[in-house]
Write a protein that binds this ligand. Structure first.
Ligand code: ATP
Ligand code: LTN
Length: 330
């Protein structure tokens, strides 16, 4: 079985990315000893909107180090940078020629992001799901661990794979998304109806894995709640507290019932104090490891190994794709 996922190196990953995606990669790594696992830095994806060169460079290395600091083990998981395996872009093009503008325009993320960009929507923002499909299909991926917002992109990947197989003969494995029951959609700390996002213009809405520890604690303490005053998991009437409980539960493995019992009769203050300590402990652990890794040669060795491993698989698949279509001299 093969498991694959990636994250865009836009800004530093948030608690949402950590709980919805990275923690899940680590869990799958530790629970599936026989699986072949690839996790990459989706740098080609990060240029669908304009980015500063220096930021891209810094974020790529930083994301790779955060994967390791979060518990990905280079002896178990191959970590690489997407643009260093050129077949991603090549297969992306082929899949663009096997998908339709109408289906790309229906993607929720395209609708949301293009609305934000106004007049300067790039073609890449529209065709992005074809590149994501290429990332997945190049490696005969069975399972794709992602947060809730990426489900639609894995579904379109399935559609494209089935369509290609029907047209050219069995070429791609049809993948399944792997989305956790709890924590797949962490909400903003300032607006519980909005997804926590690393590109939110208001930094109080999110905590990144590299935030200053005191600042992170303050963001929890100042997170919006409601006037009901009871720690209760009720996403309809108490979405903000429920979101904080999801973060609490994800870091402590306590159930919502257990958390409700622990804080029964107490207000939000105690709950938030405890949660801010829990988050601070988790961030401190990650940041300590991150600081050991970020400037090491070890990181480059790991990324070289990951690139070489991924390239060997991607090269073969690409030759098969060209052969099926009739391109080149295969
Ligand atoms: P951006 O704001 O730059 O679009 P993002 O914060 O939405 O970024 P992505 O790089 O698109 O992050 O996502 C990386 C992974 O994290 C994906 O698997 C995505 O589903 C997951 N993810 C993103 N935001 C959340 C969230 N708020 N809760 C849970 N999972 C999330
Ligand atoms: N589009 C994803 C990142 C991503 C990805 C992938 C995830 C790019 N390629 C392949 C899983 C599999 C996002 O989070 N924005």
């Amino acid at each position: 079985m093969r498991i694959l996922s990636g994250i865009q190196p836009t800004n530093v990953p948030t608690l949402g990315n950590y709980i919805g995606a990275i923690k899940n990669f680590v869990k799958m790594q530790n629970e599936n000893q026989d699986a072949d696992i690839l996790v990459f830095v989706a740098d080609l994806h990060s240029i669908t909107v304009p980015r500063d060169r220096k930021d891209i460079k810094k974020n790529i290395r930083s994301l790779a180090a955060l994967y390791l600091a979060s518990g990905l083990d280079p002896n178990r998981t191959h970590i690489f940078i997407q643009s260093e395996v050129h077949e991603h872009a090549e297969l992306g093009w082929v899949l663009e020629c096997n998908s339709y503008i109408g289906e790309m325009e229906r993607m929720i993320q395209f609708k949301e992001k293009s609305a934000k960009e106004g007049a300067s929507v790039t073609t890449g923002l529209l065709t992005y799901p074809c590149l994501m499909a290429a990332d997945i299909l190049l490696y005969d991926t069975n399972l794709v661990p992602v947060g809730e917002d990426q489900k639609q992109h894995v579904e379109i990947t399935r559609d494209i794979a089935i369509r290609f197989n029907n047209k050219y003969g069995e070429t791609f494995v049809v993948p399944e998304p792997m989305i956790q029951k709890s924590g797949a959609r962490i909400m903003s700390l300032q607006d519980p109806l909005k997804k926590m996002s690393k590109s939110d213009p208001n930094p109080k809405g999110y905590i990144t894995l590299l935030d200053d520890i005191n600042e992170a604690k303050n963001k929890i303490k100042r997170a919006v709640t409601d006037s009901i005053g009871i720690v209760k998991y009720d996403t309809v009437n108490q979405p903000a507290v429920s979101n904080l409980m999801t973060i609490y539960s994800s870091f402590t493995n306590m159930s919502f019932d257990e958390i409700e019992n622990k804080y029964s009769g107490l207000g939000y203050k105690e709950f938030k104090e405890d949660l801010s300590e829990i988050v601070a402990n988790e961030l401190t652990k990650i940041q300590t490891k991150y600081n050991e890794i970020i400037n090491s040669n070890e990181l480059d060795k790991i990324l070289d190994e990951g690139r070489d491993y991924a390239s060997r698989i991607a090269y073969k698949k690409m030759a098969k794709v060209y052969k099926r279509i009739g391109l080149g001299r295969y």
